[in-house]
Design a protein around this ligand. Structure first.
Ligand SMILES: C[S@@+](CC[C@H](N)C(=O)[O-])C[C@H]1O[C@@H](n2cnc3c(N)ncnc32)[C@H](O)[C@@H]1O
Length: 253
């Protein structure tokens, strides 16, 4: 099974780089939702000039591109050659991206100051192994920020998961793509079990998933204030536990 999953990511390329690249043509609402996610990661990661940071599952480098402006050194790792080709062609030359599997990182122990991983752990086969690798390559006191879809969001539990299930049954979609929805509490336990103290949990809203540019009747002057309000709401207790993505920050003890 593991081999098939690797083959799928490497050869069938389930994620097109264009989908994960920074949205250059989007509406005001698209740019807001992207900036919101980048701001959350920056606030949690606190990238410093001297920091060596790992972008685990960098994709098209959307987050690295923004975080590089803070002067840190960022190294990206991704299993997909298409994504890495996109990064080499479109990103700042100072961003180095490497083809590797997060299960077996090609780095020495204790070398990174910080690690972040956005929308990746929910796709990997053995997430425990990946977190162990993160801990191994992270310096003592270093921080890791992980961002993943939240099982506790009602939209996923009640609507999206049955829809995915039906799609598989009705269309017999042959795929090894894995998406596993987990709660922030599940990720917290996983980090703590692997010797990382969870310092912060935050959340964002569903806006990032909406392809609003195709829906012309979303005038930003009306919807942007509303979306901003929702984002503030899902970033405080207890609503953050039911946010769209869960953002967790762990510190290696
Ligand atoms: C949903 S995309 C997110 C990309 C990027 N982090 C972002 O948020 O724009 C998931 C990425 O994880 C990569 N990926 C999945 N499993 C991986 C693994 N085992 N090792 C390295 N990269 C992996 C995929 O190739 C893909 O680029």
């Amino acid at each position: 099974m593991l081999k098939q999953v690797h083959k799928f990511y490497k050869e069938e390329e389930p994620f097109k780089p264009e989908v994960w690249a920074a949205d250059k043509k989007g509406t005001k609402i698209n740019s807001y939702s992207e900036k919101r996610q980048i701001d959350l990661i920056r606030e949690m990661l606190l990238p410093g000039k001297e920091d060596l940071i790992l972008d685990a599952g960098c994709g098209a480098g959307k987050f690295a591109q923004s975080l590089l402006t803070f002067g840190s050194k960022i190294v990206g790792v991704d299993i997909s050659f298409q994504m890495l080709k996109y990064c080499a062609k479109n990103l700042l030359k100072s961003f180095k991206s490497i083809n590797a599997d997060l299960n077996k990182l090609p780095f020495k122990d204790n070398i990174f100051d910080k690690i972040y991983s956005v929308g990746v752990l929910m796709h990997v086969e053995d997430v425990d192994l990946v977190i162990k690798e993160f801990r191994r390559v992270l310096k003592k006191g270093g921080s890791v920020v992980i961002v993943n879809n939240n099982l506790l969001l009602f939209y996923f539990s009640l609507f999206y998961l049955p829809l995915l299930f039906l799609r598989k049954i009705i269309f017999f979609r042959k795929t090894y793509e894995i998406i596993r929805y987990r709660s922030p509490f599940w990720y917290k336990r996983l980090l703590e079990k692997n010797g990382m103290k969870v310092k912060e949990i935050r959340g964002d809203s569903f806006i990032a998933t909406l392809k609003i540019k195709k829906i012309k009747f979303f005038p930003p002057q009306v919807f942007l204030p509303f979306f901003k309000w929702v984002d503030r709401l899902v970033d405080v207790k207890p609503f953050k536990y039911f946010s769209f993505n869960n953002f967790l920050k762990g510190i290696k003890e």
